[in-house]
Design a protein. Structure first.
Lengths: 261, 272
């Protein structure tokens, strides 16, 4: 029995600008079941980041509902973890102290040594063992993103929101991190939403891909990825993967208004 | 509390003699010696009398003659400057926070602050001296404060208002309070800008103190000593005061640099 953890229904939202309201979301539907991992793709500027802020409770929609665990989201909650394209590590803290930051907010009863143990366990999981005492400036872009991922997971969030976390990395580093993501998901189960521009990334990591339309965004197309769970990079070169990519590519062109549905 | 990182020395080992013969110490000392020699030479070659320009060789006599006064007055100048600066840090931080977090307050207060800062403080000195006549310490501290809080307020407000939203979001998404976000993220992130402004403010506060000490009748501090040198046509004393002021200024500046190393040393990246 699957149980929806994230449920977004009929969400509409507009930003107030000096030139009048700018609608960004109009009729957004999204459901993520427990343990599910949904990738959201769409043309740039279509409101994908707005979606993450709604799920995180950082803002409220003009209309429609955003529900986590069957409860309407009214504000931030400690059961959410976030990672962005910019790893936003605090330069004055070591990597380990950066990862422990959420625990200082939501797990104040946890002892320092338990916090350290938890952070070190995650560092090892993402392949950064031994880097806990380094400063962020001493790490490469891919390593910083791994550390950022650890921070988003350290408080065992039920919901993980990834807003283009691999977008600024080079292709090989990105593929390494995809594989790390599978390892992480196996060891530290979460329900996740991944915002991305990379169609290969979406079918490699997620078990469902949602295509949003041009702004104001609505849910345009939903693709179920048949193979879930850890997979190999070779998987991306199968005919099955090519077919999925072709479908998604076509849907993006439809969203951009460059092809007919 | 703000987060204070552990300080680890960059290079280990090295005795005191090694430090004293290092480039960082020798280079400025050599530069100073060259400067003093050039000054002495300039006075000698032009055959300037004392009342045009005292030469460095006149100074030791002036210092030893008034050594007691230099110590007491130097201390007065020092503590007034430091108290004025501490007030400037407190008020500058508060103003910077108000302007950094509220767009409305920034729009409202900026022109007022810029206008206030544009007024030459030398013109304010006689007004303050008359307003609180006789209150030497208070007046001096007030001027030191007034002249130095502006750069601190501006840098803190800019540091806070340019904080990338993601930095706020990583804590806000967990339900952290504004105060927590300020202590854990906004304040430490603003520290490099704050110390940059403090380096400017420390010299300004020092100038403010001396302005008041020179103008104020029966004043105290090195400014008053300078003024008495002027009254008594003791030109070597006047130049000796200038040198003492320069030395105090250097000491104050490097105290700020040391504090910066402790609290914002993480922002200092070694090239390469």
């Amino acid at each position: 029995m699957t149980y929806p953890i994230i449920k977004i229904e009929g969400v509409r939202h507009a930003y107030q600008t000096p030139a009048g309201p700018l609608p960004v979301l109009d009729g957004l539907e999204l459901t993520v079941d427990e343990g599910g991992f949904v990738a959201v793709v769409g043309p740039s500027g279509c409101g994908k980041s707005t979606l993450t802020r709604l799920v995180a409770g950082l803002m409220k929609p003009d209309a429609g509902t955003v529900m986590l665990h069957g409860e309407t989201v009214t504000g931030p909650r400690a059961t959410v973890g976030m990672a962005f394209q910019n790893p936003v590590l605090l330069e004055w803290r070591t990597i380990l102290e950066n990862i422990m930051l959420p625990l200082e907010i939501v797990a104040t009863k946890m002892s320092k040594s338990e916090q350290k143990e938890r952070a070190n366990y995650l560092l090892e999981l993402v392949g950064l063992e031994g880097f806990g005492d380094k400063r962020p400036s001493e790490l490469s872009g891919g390593m910083r993103q791994r550390a950022s991922l650890c921070r988003s997971l350290v408080h065992k969030p039920e919901v993980l929101i990834l807003d283009e976390p691999f977008g600024a990395l080079d292709a090989f580093t990105r593929e390494d991190l995809w594989q790390t993501m599978h390892k992480v998901k196996a060891e530290e189960p979460f329900t996740g939403v991944l915002i991305t521009h990379d169609l290969r990334e979406s079918i490699f990591l997620a078990d469902q891909v949602v295509v949003l339309s041009q702004r104001p965004a609505r849910t345009q197309y939903v693709l179920d990825v048949p193979d879930t769970g850890p997979r190999d990079l070779d998987h991306l070169y199968t005919s099955e993967a090519s077919e999925m990519l072709a479908i998604l590519r076509h849907q993006i062109e439809v969203a951009q208004g460059r092809a007919a549905a | 509390m703000a987060y204070v990182p552990d300080i680890k020395p960059r290079s280990t080992g090295g005795s005191i003699t090694k430090f004293l013969t290092s480039r960082a110490v020798l280079a400025p000392i050599i530069a100073m010696v060259v400067f003093v020699l050039f000054w002495e030479f300039l006075v000698w070659v032009n055959d300037w009398p004392d009342y045009v320009m005292a030469s460095p060789s006149d100074l030791p006599a002036a210092f030893s003659k008034y050594w007691g006064l230099f110590v007491t007055f130097g201390w007065q100048t020092l503590w007034r400057t430091v108290v004025g600066l501490v007030l400037a840090v407190i008020v500058g931080l508060l103003l910077g926070m108000v302007m950094g977090f509220s767009r409305l307050m920034r729009d409202a207060l900026y022109p007022l602050l810029v206008g206030f800062n544009a007024i030459p403080k030398a013109t304010v000195v006689p007004i303050v001296a008359l307003l609180f006549v006789g209150a030497h310490d208070f007046n001096t501290v007030l001027i030191a404060f007034m002249i130095s809080f502006f750069p601190i307020a501006v840098s803190v407000s800019i540091g806070l208002s340019t904080l990338e939203p993601e930095y706020r979001d990583i804590l806000r998404a967990l339900g952290a309070s504004q105060a927590t976000i300020f202590w854990k993220i906004a304040l430490p992130k603003t520290l490099p800008e704050f110390f940059g402004a403090l380096k400017v403010a420390v010299t300004l506060a020092f100038i403010g103190t001396n302005l008041m000490e020179i103008v104020s009748p029966h004043g105290r501090g090195l400014g008053a000593l300078f003024d008495s040198g002027k009254t008594n046509s003791d030109y070597p004393l006047m130049f000796a005061v200038l040198i003492a002021l320069a030395i105090l200024g250097i000491v104050l500046y490097y105290v700020v640099v040391a504090l910066e190393k402790i609290f914002a040393g993480w922002a200092d990246r070694q090239p390469g």
